[in-house]
Design a protein around this ligand. Structure first.
Ligand SMILES: [Zn+2]
Length: 561
């Protein structure tokens, strides 16, 4: 049997037109990027993490896509390829929504229009009259293509088949829902929300969480495990130059990625590219029908050196310790494409309660403690104190506390001994007393408790943790200063709110005033709004004692090491 040529052609045409898996082939044949330095043509090897996203954009099942992706991953290129495909193959009223009208017209003028003009299959569709090609819309013969900023005026009263939104994390509340309304009356419509991550609970995050989520994963050639690019797998060593600064070159040279099996991946373009090229999306969580989410971090983007990311990370965590959370937040949102969650702002009441252990007040709960510390916070009418047992691993068990009338009474307490859960009675090795108030009197107390009690003072500084100085006016007496903010971050955020190891524990029968002495602590924006600082809390003396135990541990761990 022979098939006539026109019939065959017709069949082929019909087949091609129904073929939705061909987006990558089509783009490779027709899409060019005259403005691009990286590649003048669309090539699927270039950004492998975008291929399945493009395929999903052109399949018939997916109605809504949410792409949470790092900056610099080629997503604008993806928009441009998609625009060509929509005009050339899909048809239907379409809208790209960028952050603002200015962003939209800039992109349309400098990039999008040029890419569309270079795309040969679109040639027959261009509007004849010049005024139908405007900044905010191109009225093709068969469909309008709008390019707008994210505001309600641009969205209202348009029925669209394709809605593609960029930097959705910045959109005003309600716009995502408006976007959905613009497409809901069309059975074959498609919404695509793209951007770096915003904040947990914002409309972009919620849209992502409603999808069947897919994570781009690499495969370890040594053990065969397919796994996400995790930040914890990035390994590096921070070392200092002779002048005590971070040695950034040494840091960059130490960066590599490690699989759990021990396989090491060097930070080289060819290594990173090989991992990306063999990358695949793996479903990690289910969601609503017809909604698909895609996520990958910057480590998967082979043209971004891991060393660049590690350097940013080290700087961001350094800033965090100094009270500036902005770089860390941006790193998580822009590089890891993870929504920022406002943890790390303080300790909630239930978190303070959860710090209670399973031992009673007055009994040392661990056998053979590494050392015992007594810390005191003198107030106007009484002095607060507490006693803690420390383990070698850094665990701190506060097991006795109370109020005494005068700072001098601390000397008596320093001489006490306590029963231990196992073995002989235990006694105090060292202690810190807050000398911020009643300074001379505290110095006198410490002089009499020489070798056990030391004065200490919180500093408003932002760098480092603690320092030891000899008092000029009291030769031989050491004063310990510590960064108050860092000590509080460690106590209230890491140990109490996040329950990060090593453990910090209070007695199970802790009284209300002891527990309340740790409550209400939170970081609030400073007057300038640039950093967050610990707000002042009245009656937090027991909390200050706990903080001093932590500082004492830092000092003793260094001195006993
Ligand atoms: Zn492995």
């Amino acid at each position: 049997m022979t098939v006539s040529r026109p019939l065959l052609d017709g069949l082929l045409t019909a087949l091609t037109e129904n073929d939705t898996s061909g987006v990558l082939e089509w783009c490779e044949s027709y899409v060019q990027f005259p403005h691009s330095d990286r590649s003048k043509r669309f090539r699927r090897e270039m950004a492998p993490w975008l291929n399945e996203i493009l395929e999903s954009a052109t399949d018939s099942d997916t109605r809504e896509m949410v792409v949470m992706a790092p900056v610099g991953a080629g997503k604008t290129t993806m928009f441009e390829a998609l625009a060509c495909w929509i005009v050339g193959r899909e048809h239907g009223a379409s809208m790209f929504v960028l952050q603002s009208d200015t962003d939209a017209s800039d992109w349309a003028e400098t990039r999008l229009t040029r890419v569309l003009e270079e795309c040969e299959p679109l040639a027959p569709y261009w509007p004849k009259s010049r005024h139908q090609k405007r900044k905010s819309a191109i009225l093709f013969a068969h469909m309008p293509l709008f390019v707008n900023g994210a505001n309600l005026n641009n969205l209202q009263s348009k029925s669209l088949r394709w809605c593609i939104g960029d930097e959705v994390w910045l959109w005003k509340a309600g716009l995502v829902e408006e976007f959905r309304r613009r497409t809901h009356d069309r059975w074959n419509s498609k919404r695509i929300f793209v951007g770096q991550a915003g904040e947990a609970g914002d409309q972009f995050s919620l849209a992502f969480e409603a999808t069947t989520r897919k994570e781009f994963m690499f495969c370890c050639p040594a053990c065969g495990l397919r796994q996400p690019w995790k930040w914890e797998a990035m390994k590096y060593k921070v070392s200092l130059t002779t002048s005590g600064e971070t040695d950034w070159n040494a840091l960059a040279n130490s960066v590599h990625m490690e699989c759990a099996c021990g396989e090491v991946f060097e930070d080289k373009p060819e290594v990173r590219r090989a991992l990306s090229s063999a990358g695949e999306y793996v479903t990690t969580a289910g969601g609503m029908n017809g909604r698909t989410g895609f996520h990958f971090p910057a480590m998967a983007v082979w043209w971004i050196p891991w060393a660049t990311l590690v350097e940013e990370w080290v700087k961001a965590t350094g800033e965090e310790k100094r009270g500036n959370l902005v770089p860390l937040r941006q790193f998580k949102q822009k590089r890891l494409a993870q929504p920022w969650e406002e943890i790390g702002t303080g300790a909630k009441d239930d978190e303070v309660l959860n710090t209670r252990g399973d031992y009673r007040q007055g009994l040392c709960p661990i056998a053979n403690p590494w050392f015992l510390t007594l810390c005191g916070d003198p107030g106007q009418n009484q002095t607060y104190w507490s006693v803690a047992a420390h383990s070698r691993e850094g665990e701190i068990y506060i097991f006795d506390y109370g109020e005494c009338l005068a700072p001098e009474d601390l000397l008596e307490i320093a001489g006490r001994s306590w029963p231990c859960v196992e073995g002989a009675d235990v006694s105090i090795q060292a202690g810190l007393v807050d000398s911020g108030d009643f300074t001379e009197r505290i110095y006198d107390v410490c002089a009499r408790g020489a070798g056990v009690l030391y004065p200490s003072k919180g500093s408003g500084g932002t760098f480092g943790t603690w320092a030891q100085t000899e008092l000029k006016e009291r030769p031989g007496m050491l004063l310990y200063t510590y960064i108050d903010r860092a000590a509080k971050v460690s106590l209230y955020i890491e140990r109490i709110a996040m329950q990060k190891p090593p453990l910090l524990r209070f007695p199970i029968d802790s009284t209300e005033d002891f527990l309340r002495g740790h409550m209400g602590q939170r970081l609030v924006p400073s007057k300038t709004g640039k950093i967050k600082e610990w707000r002042k809390v009245a009656g937090d003396h027991y909390g200050d004692c706990s903080k001093l135990h932590l500082v004492a541990h830092w000092i003793l761990a260094k001195n006993l090491a």
